[in-house]
Design a protein around this ligand. Sequence first.
Ligand code: C2O
Ligand code: CU
Ligand code: CU
Length: 511
Amino acid sequence: MTARRRPLVRVLVGALAVVLVLCCCGVAVGGWAFARAGTDTVGEVDFVRPLAVPPLAASRVDGQGRRMFDLLAREGSRDFRGDGRRTRTAGFDGDFLGPTLRAKRGERVVVNVVNRLAEETSVHWHGMHLPARMDGGPHQTIRPGATWSPTWTVDQPAATLWYHPHPHGATEEHVYRGLAGLFLLDDDREAALPLPRRYGVDDVPVIVQDRSFSGSGQFRKTRNMISSIGVLGDTLLVNGTVGPFLDVTTERVRLRLVNASTARLYDFGLADGRRFDLIGSDGGLLPRTARLDRVRLSPGERAEIVVTVRPGERITLRSTGPDLGAGALADRFAGGRDRFDVLELRAADRLVASPAVPDALVPMDRLDPASAATTRTLEFLGRGINGRSMDMDRIDFAATRDTTEVWEVVNRDGTPHNFHVHDAQFQVLTVDGEAPPPALSGWKDTIYLPPNRPIRIALRFTDHTDPDVPYMYHCHLLYHEDAGMMGQFVVVEPGQSLGRPPRHGAHAPHR
Ligand code: C2O
Ligand code: CU
Ligand code: CU
């Protein structure tokens, strides 16, 4: 018997050894990947460049009283780090990013968008309530050399909106190269509040994007293979500036934080842990100011904060690991433990006094979920929503004008996703069954979806019906959007049914 057993023992011992070696290799590779996956720039950033502030776009009022802007999308290049290596980029009216458009509630605007790129693009007005054919989604493409001139009447509260291309399957690429800018809306309610509002002085855009550079200085497009959330960079650009500082001359400064990154989430706060006043989110001012020490933003989200500084100090805006709610491993590989020094605020020795930020901001009528005409469930999983991938020819559903809807949006993946809807700003009813935190108490158009925690939102569709031309809803991690995690809906008149999307595609005639 023993003579027979020996070979078996030997085989077992051998197998065990192999398994052990494989395990060790696995642990070593895993550990290496785990360590390498992290980025931490805290204390490492040289704040040597003044923060670029995007210029306000020039505009003119035409014979019909419309405020008219021009935007030209083009290629360019820039030496971001001052080492002589020029990065190939794209921008509006310049090499990288674009000017800030600004209009007031009630104004009719026209934007003449000229495409000087070598390929088709589009320009979407993220957060804007407007007719679907003016929305700039994948159905409103602009051929190279062509001009597109959408027009609409601004009819929503003062807010920090932004614009960026939205071509079918190539949004990530176009935004990554630098095509994005701000669209600020003003109104009388906001103007009546004692808030900092001198653009570039005490009211400053902070457009945050992460990039990595190759040896020759090009933007690296290597996707994170383990977490599949897209491209995560190790260097921050703020309004296109690497290592930015801002000279602050007033006691309080309003920062309009915009996460214009393609995949990365941030959790912004001040390095010394002091609180700031959160006054606004995606769709405008909050009902009440929230005193917070952190605000998390997923791609596409905005927050308006007011920071109070002391004379002569330097204080850093920092992002610490955003809670992705996806478990330790997924969090790590999706940037959930990454930290960045973002922007240095340099307070002057003598500061101009600023009024205190009021507690009450703007009234907000709550949408009543009990009056909802329809409740929809949107499940984010794999490369689609509700098991379907984006199809330009399929309209997923129709919402009816003058109705309220409740949408239950849930991430059924282990991977981080977020949710963005065009046309309508929404109110958050619950997050995983609980009342929303202060940062989600105002109007939103984009929201993070932690895995397996349903978000319930209420939306109201008011006007701009069109049975044929759809609006989009999608994950704003742009790699996911491009991969098909997007759907289309139309807003129709009562009793009207949904139609058919216009002809499109690379070979279809331009509409
Ligand atoms: Cu910011 Cu559908 O996009
Ligand atoms: Cu949008
Ligand atoms: Cu996603």
